[in-house]
Design a protein around this ligand. Structure first.
Ligand code: NAG
Ligand code: NAG
Ligand code: NAG
Ligand code: NAG
Ligand code: NAG
Ligand code: NAG
Ligand code: NAG
Ligand code: NAG
Length: 790
């Protein structure tokens, strides 16, 4: 009885985790052959485990052989590790089951099948599926690992329900990054029978649904329309026996898989050889903080923060070790026990509250009919298990653990919730506050004097702020303290770009600036300065101008001219009532094309922007567009994979070649520009197509355009609010350009220089072919043609 790998594509081997080290580096064996019935041994040398180092935990696992980072895609004994692999035994028992015994001959794990075949073999297929089958015909397997997955969903595996047996396949997250035992999060088909998949926490709370299958994608995952079908295809099958979803990848183009992460998001990850790592390009749900219980009790979840979970004031981390391994769901515990004295006890010892801003109030509130905020607070104080209250017209009370608190998004105020803490948590800080006040008033006089002196100094230096700072080439080198001063200690945040937060500042001469604090600059000082001065020499009216920088130790900042109208997305999709008229939108499209053409064709070295999207187009006082963040991908050493990572769930602007892993050229920017141009034309996000109202509702806008262009029915595409003032000739030109930009083959896409000429009306172009993946989409989505013909 031989266990064999059909091709040396995947290996069945042991993988080990030590409590304090993420993964034991194993050298691979020369083929994964093991005689069953004997201890399974690794061949090809290399130490398996080190003695005397404590509790190694060993697992029987499958991972990719051709991928250098050991990534278990299936684990047999995920909940029952083995302490000594040498004396363990993997064998096929007499009843035809694969069984795993530990050194004491106790059963660790087994398949659970009934079969009457004598000569069973175990085979790892190329797909990564491990099957038990008769030796005579390995296609006729009677058990497969695909039916009992762990946290990874491999291409070709069915995710769904067997209607005959009632069995469903489901993916269960790991407990933490070093513990593969089942965690809290699962992905499975809706147990109620609808054609959608659900994310659940602890088999109870449903925190995300994919939305129904609508013939070519799930309603809530419009990004599926963007996958290049040659690289990644999928289908949803419903018949008498089963309903399941399956996807396939083109192994010559991409190695990709779905993972249910410890943090409850399902991510599509692709192996990027250049980066030697898995890179996520889609996360569901998109918001990390939308995952139920992701940070545990008494925590705040902050979207896009590196460590997204933090304890509320007055609480500290529980189970520190688990936090370290990516599982903060142990949450936080109270530093000081509540006094629990309501009105009855002495006022001085009663608990107190502090106000906290959250994106939305947590669920499971108890409503109370009181007319005042004091009454609401009193009601909470009167019940020992009440932990928070909120009064906004009505009174809401929360009992027990507070969960799912999310910080308000940038620029939003959120809602206010009052958190209960022991009074002593406040008294200490009020004491220090008093002390500070006294100290401050005595120091006041001195401060006033100092401020006067500084004021005088500033007046003296006012004429030219750069006197306070050195000048290097065309750039000013600012000191950290100067920037701290002009930004009022970085208090006015303009937004958060892909590379770090941006703050508003005012130079002594009144000039407004935008200061970008760079996250994670890995380059040395010299290289940093060289790159920055290159960016400084790039000047064009449609590119944001770099004025200077700051580089002090790890503190790196870039100082840009300030754009009073903010970024384009606010005007296209935001809540700002002012909608840009057609003329302005066309000028914006043309301006961006000119800026990009300059980056691609006129600079000394080609600069690929890599992240063209409305958020990276800023508008000056006259709505002249200026491209932001160019040159930064190179400066920060952020390659393909970093860009993919920062896209965080929306691949709406990414050219297919980003996903297929082929070389990136300037044509990738052209693709992104095309996708953005569709949005400038429609005034809607392409990815939001399924939520749009009006003409052609429910159809991916680029599909509509590609289909309608040859029919000459372009004006129908614009909603009434946009078509009123549109110049139809320009609309058609813009639509043609956009369609040419999103062609699958990058050689068919025009250059940015050509785009400028077309938009200026100097050159005419023919009707573009419908890009193949849009074509597939259009053909498959019957509903869209029905709805659009109304
Ligand atoms: C397993 O056997 C190998 C070779 O005999 C030995 O080097 C290794 O230390 C053993 N591992 C354990 C965990 O006992
Ligand atoms: C094995 O399968 C049988 C029937 O198929 C079931 O009754 C039993 O609970 C299973 N045992 C385990 C350990 O899963
Ligand atoms: C299985 O083995 C038993 C005993 O070794 C033998 O009698 C039987 O015919 C075999 N069955 C098949 C299908 O080969
Ligand atoms: C092997 O098994 C598969 C699946 O049951 C069957 O379709 C195929 O015909 C079998 N092949 C042979 C050579 O028996
Ligand atoms: C399934 O149906 C039950 C009862 O109608 C409902 O409570 C539950 O939320 C449904 N689950 C899903 C995933 O829709
Ligand atoms: C998860 O569910 C189980 C069973 O319903 C329950 O006993 C357990 O307390 C739950 N876990 C948490 C953290 O609430
Ligand atoms: C896989 O990709 C190659 C190009 O890399 C292409 O020629 C082939 O047709 C693709 N296969 C499928 C099934 O799409
Ligand atoms: C506190 O409130 C909870 C939930 O409403 C209730 O079950 C409990 O009896 C209350 N305790 C007191 C002392 O009123």
């Amino acid at each position: 009885m031989v266990l064999r790998a059909a091709l040396p594509f995947l290996l069945l081997l042991w993988v080990a985790f030590f409590f304090s080290s993420p993964m034991l580096p194993l050298s691979t064996a020369d083929g994964a052959c093991a005689r069953l019935g004997q201890p399974m041994q690794r061949r090809g040398g290399g130490s398996v485990a080190r003695d005397g180092e404590g509790a190694w935990r060993w697992y029987l696992a499958i991972w990719y052989k051709k991928i250098s980072k050991t990534t278990p895609v299936w684990i047999a004994n995920r909940a029952t590790p083995i302490s000594d692999p040498n004396s363990s035994q993997l064998t096929v028992s007499e009843d035809g089951n694969l069984v795993l015994f530990d050194q004491t001959r106790s059963l660790i794990w087994a398949t659970n099948i009934t079969s009457s075949i004598n000569s069973t073999v175990g085979v790892i297929l190329d797909s990564g599926n491990f099957v038990l089958a008769p030796a005579s015909n390995t296609s006729n397997f009677h058990w497969q690992s695909f039916d009992e997955p762990t946290n990874v969903w491999l291409p070709g595996a069915k995710l769904g329900r067997n209607k005959v047996t009632g069995q469903t396949t489901r993916f269960i997250s790991w407990q933490s990054s070093v513990d593969p035992s089942p965690g809290y999060y699962t992905l499975e088909i809706d147990p109620n029978g609808s054609d959608q998949f659900i994310h659940r926490w602890n088999d109870s709370a449903i925190y995300w649904e994919t939305g129904r299958w609508i013939g070519n994608m799930f309603a809530g995952v419009p990004e599926m329309a963007m996958y290049p079908k040659e690289a990644l295809s999928y289908e949803f099958t419903v018949n008498e026996q089963e309903s399941y979803f399956v996807y396939r990848t083109n192994a010559s183009m991409v190695t990709a898989m779905f993972i249910m992460e410890v943090s409850g998001q399902v991510k599509t990850v692709a192996w990027i050889e250049r980066k030697k790592d898995w890179v996520p390009f889609l996360a569901l749900p998109k918001a990390q903080c939308a995952v139920y219980f992701v940070c545990g009790s008494f925590t705040m979840c902050t979207e896009n923060a590196v460590t997204f979970c933090s304890c509320l004031r007055g609480f500290s981390k529980q189970y520190n070790g688990e936090w370290r391994y990516g599982n903060p769901s142990g949450g936080c515990k109270r530093n000081t026990k509540l006094q629990c004295g309501g009105k009855s006890s002495k006022k001085t010892t009663a608990d107190e509250f502090y106000a906290l801003a959250v994106a939305k109030l947590p669920d499971k509130a108890w409503g109370l009919a009181t007319v005042s905020t004091d009454g609401c607070k009193e009601a909470c104080l009167n019940n020992c298990s009440c932990t928070a209250y909120s009064y906004a017209g009505g009174c809401s009370l929360w009992y027990g653990d507070l969960i799912n608190l999310v910080a308000p998004a940038d620029g939003s105020v959120g809602q206010s919730i009052h958190i209960r803490l022991a009074a002593s948590e406040f008294s200490s800080s009020t004491k220090t506050r008093k002390a500070t006040v006294i100290g401050a008033s005595t120091a006041g006089a001195i401060l006033v004097t100092l401020i006067m002196i500084i004021g005088i100094l500033l007046i003296l230096r006012k004429r030219n702020f750069s006197e306070a700072n050195k000048v290097e080439g065309s750039l000013v080198v600012f000191s950290y303290r100067f920037l701290q001063h002009v930004t009022k200690n970085f208090s006015e945040r303009l937004g958060k770009g892909s590379f770090g937060p941006v703050f508003k500042g005012t130079l002594p001469d009144g000039t407004l600036i935008a200061v970008k604090k760079l996250d994670g600059v890995s380059q040395g000082e010299k290289q940093f300065r060289a790159e920055v001065s290159t960016i400084g020499t790039i000047q064009h009216v449609n590119l944001i101008r770099l004025l200077g920088f700051c580089s002090e130790k790890s503190m790196k900042m870039l100082v840009y001219e300030f754009m009073p109208n903010g970024s384009l997305d606010r005007y296209l999709f935001g809540s700002i009532p002012l909608t840009l008229n057609w003329k302005t939108r066309y000028q914006i499209a043309l301006g961006i094309a000119k800026g990009l053409a300059y980056l691609h064709e006129k600079c000394r070295s080609l600069i690929i922007h890599c992240d063209i999207k409305p958020e990276n187009v800023l508008l000056d006082a006259d709505f002249m567009p200026k491209i932001a963040d160019f040159g930064l991908a190179k400066l920060l050493g952020r390659d393909v994979s970093r860009v993919l990572t920062t896209m965080r769930g929306t691949i709406g602007y990414l050219a297919p070649e980003w996903i297929s892993g082929t070389a990136i050229t300037a044509k990738a920017d052209v693709f992104s520009y095309g996708m953005m141009l569709f949005e400038i034309i429609s005034g809607n996000r392409n990815a939001d197509w399924h939520r749009q109202g009006g003409q052609g509702a429910g159809t991916f806008f680029p599909v509509l355009v590609a289909m309608r262009l040859p029919e000459g029915k372009i004006q129908d595409l614009l909603g009434p609010k946009l078509s009123a003032d549109a110049n139809l000739e320009e609309v058609e030109r813009a639509c043609k350009v956009a369609c040419w930009c999103v062609q699958d083959d990058e050689n068919t896409r025009p250059t940015m220089g050509e785009i400028v000429q077309i938009l200026e009306g100097l050159v005419d172009v023919g009707f573009p072919p419908v890009p193949w993946y849009l074509h597939v989409l259009a053909q498959r989505s019957n509903f869209s043609t029905e709805e659009t013909s109304q």
